[in-house]
Design a protein around this ligand. Structure first.
Ligand code: SF4
Length: 631
């Protein structure tokens, strides 16, 4: 709070002079002031303690005997001087010189036969005193009505003075009314500058303040006027007599405070008020510098120390905040020095403002969990796909943690296929959606399966849109059986039947293919979602140039592939088998091929027949013995 004390606050010159005179006289016996020396109960009480008494009425003079009577700054009528003298008392005149000047003016003006008009309050002691210096009864005018009511014979000679503390503008206005009445008028502006300056400064100060304190006695008219002036400029104006009247609560949220005081307010009272407000301002600043915190509040702090099991945060509060390992993470083996650094800023939630040892207990984990809950709720509402690492493999599923909040993915929702062993997911990053969100019941359920199904469907649709029979695509061997291999084409599996694995013969697919192997396959046929694959690429069809290679008369070599009673089949190359009829094995009679041949045995023979359309080649060993010219 900024506090501005008006320079003109407090005793004016005249009042200070009078009060000082009383304190000077207080050392004597029987000292009296005629009326309270100022409108301030505290000063009057203090003087009383020093033996200075107050005389309220001149009738008391006679009873004093010996003593001193001090006339206060307001002044008194001329006759009082006489009465004090008549009573044999010592007179100390502390009338303000400015007031004395008015006494002289009215004395001279009325002595010169002019009607006196005093602008002021006719019950004010100063005005009563001024009246007492007039030789003819004056008129006292305080407001417009009274000014307009003044009725003197045309051409009357009048003189106007003012009470020293009267408002200048009002004085001007009333003089204007009087001036229009056709009198011979002398105007003496006897308003004291001290009052005007105090009022001007108070108005300016009040206009720029959030609150204003006006200090002065309840009966002090100049303080009352000061209060009115300030109140006009600042509705938050408080009128007090002493510091005891202050209610600090009134100034709780004030940023700019102005203080002024009436002419009769002693310095010590102003000082007390000023000090009290400055102290409050200091307390306020202290309060603000050490912000208040409450349980449950989220605070931001700077890390000032990190140990393995605790983090100390400066949170701008009078005590530091502490986050234990338990309140940092669910991982109770976590070394906090690996996750927090001195100087870093972090947010935490207040668990307990005072842990009993003057520290503030904070939690990071719970704040994260709350944020996590919020995050998960949003994800649940928006069907958002989340990515998180599997924190634990449980009997019935997986536990993943999103911003310190656990999500359970039941085994049935982990994959689109049955997962016998979930262990392989441990520590893996997986994607899922939240399908059930009920933090109160601690049920936050994740589903990975639907993502996989959707993904697969999308890939499948893309695959079917892309492929057509005759196309060669890359695939991965997913499974191998006795009758064929399933090839993953990235969206759907195709069957590579054993008969399509080679132009030649494949006895056992498992010996040819291994799971995970990639290969280019030919799309042979598509029936609904069934894709038939082949490795029998047309360009590698051995029958393409077989007519030339295996022309009748050519001598060829092959291996016995299999045998029947009527002959042996000789594989000339993969996909091209030829029949060596039992009658063509040798010149002599052979009962059956197995009597002279063995499977895999290499055989050289002559092509004796070639039927391209039927893919049939006939061989003969016997024909090898026949000279060429005899054929
Ligand atoms: S206000 Fe002016 S006139 Fe009145 S006592 Fe003070 S200095 Fe004198």
């Amino acid at each position: 709070m900024e506090i501005n004390l008006a320079k003109t606050a407090g005793f004016c010159f005249g009042v200070r002079r009078a009060v000082d005179r009383v304190y000077e006289e207080a050392v004597r016996e029987n000292v009296f002031t005629f009326g309270p020396i100022i409108h301030n109960e505290e000063v009057v009480a203090d003087l009383e303690r020093q033996g200075v008494k107050v005389i309220e009425d001149e009738s008391e003079f006679a009873g004093i005997g010996e003593g001193t009577v001090i006339i206060r700054s307001h002044g008194v009528p001329r006759r009082i001087y006489q009465e004090i003298e008549d009573a044999g008392l010592t007179l100390v005149d502390a009338t303000c010189p400015f007031v004395r000047k008015i006494h002289r003016i009215v004395d001279e003006e009325t002595a010169a036969g002019r009607h006196m008009i005093i602008i002021g309050n006719n019950h004010h002691p100063e005005v009563e005193g001024i009246m007492g210096w007039c030789h003819t009864p004056p008129l006292v005018v305080e407001d417009q009505a009274q000014a307009e009511a003044v009725s003197l014979p045309q051409g009357s000679r009048i003189s106007v003075v003012s009470q020293t503390t009267f408002n200048y503008k009002k004085f001007q206005y009333l003089v204007e009314i009087l001036s229009k009445k056709g009198y011979d008028i002398n105007v003496f502006n006897t308003i004291c500058n001290a009052t005007e300056e105090r009022q001007k400064e108070a108005a300016a100060l009040a206009a720029q303040s959030d609150a204003m304190i006006v200090i002065g006695g309840r009966h002090s008219s100049n303080t009352q006027k000061l209060y009115e002036i300030c109140k006009k400029e600042c509705s938050n104006t408080f009128y007090i007599q002493t510091v005891q009247d202050l209610n600090r609560e009134d100034f709780r949220n004030i940023e700019k405070l102005g203080i002024t005081a009436g002419a009769s307010t002693p310095n010590n009272i102003i000082k007390e008020v000023h000090e009290s407000m400055a102290e409050m301002s200091f307390d306020q600043m202290l309060d603000e510098s050490f912000k208040t915190i409450r349980n449950g509040e989220v605070v931001t702090g700077t890390i000032i120390d990190v140990k393995e099991d605790e983090i100390i945060l400066n949170i701008g509060y009078k005590a530091d905040g502490i986050i234990s390992r338990q309140e940092y993470s669910n991982n109770q083996n976590l070394d906090l020095t690996t996750v927090a650094n001195v100087g870093d800023e972090m947010e935490a939630k207040v668990l307990k403002v005072n842990d009993g040892e003057g520290q503030v207990l904070l939690t990071y984990k719970r704040l994260k969990a709350e944020k996590g809950n919020k995050r998960l709720e949003e994800a649940f509402n928006n069907h958002e796909v989340l990515t998180a690492t599997v924190a634990k493999v449980l009997d019935g599923g997986l536990s993943v943690v999103v911003e310190e909040t656990r999500v359970f993915i039941p085994a049935s929702l982990v994959s689109d296929t049955y997962e016998k062993n979930l262990k392989k997911y441990d520590g893996q990053e997986i994607q899922f959606v939240i399908t059930e969100f009920n933090p109160r019941k601690r049920r936050i359920i994740g589903d990975r399966k639907q993502l996989l199904i959707a993904d697969k469907k999308a890939k499948q649709e893309a695959l079917f849109a892309r492929i057509e029979p005759g196309m060669t695509v890359e695939g991965t061997v997913k499974n191998v059986t006795d009758f064929g291999a399933f090839i993953d084409l990235g969206g759907a599996d195709g069957l590579l039947h054993i008969s399509e694995m080679s132009w030649g013969r494949v006895e056992n697919p498992k010996k040819v293919f291994t799971v995970g192997q990639t290969l280019d396959v030919l799309i042979k046929d598509i029936q609904g979602e069934k894709i038939a694959l082949s490795l029998k690429f047309p360009e590698s069809n051995p029958w393409l140039n077989a007519e030339e290679k295996y022309a009748v008369g050519n001598v060829v070599t092959g291996k016995v592939a299999r045998m029947t009673d009527f002959g042996a089949f000789i594989e000339l190359e993969p996909g091209v088998d030829a029949l060596l009829h039992v009658s063509q094995i040798a010149r002599e009679h052979i009962e059956k091929p197995a009597d002279v041949l063995k499977v895999a045995q290499e055989v050289t023979a002559k092509v004796v027949d070639f039927k391209k359309d039927d893919h049939k080649i006939s061989l003969s060993i016997k024909a090898l013995d026949v000279p060429a010219q005899e054929e």
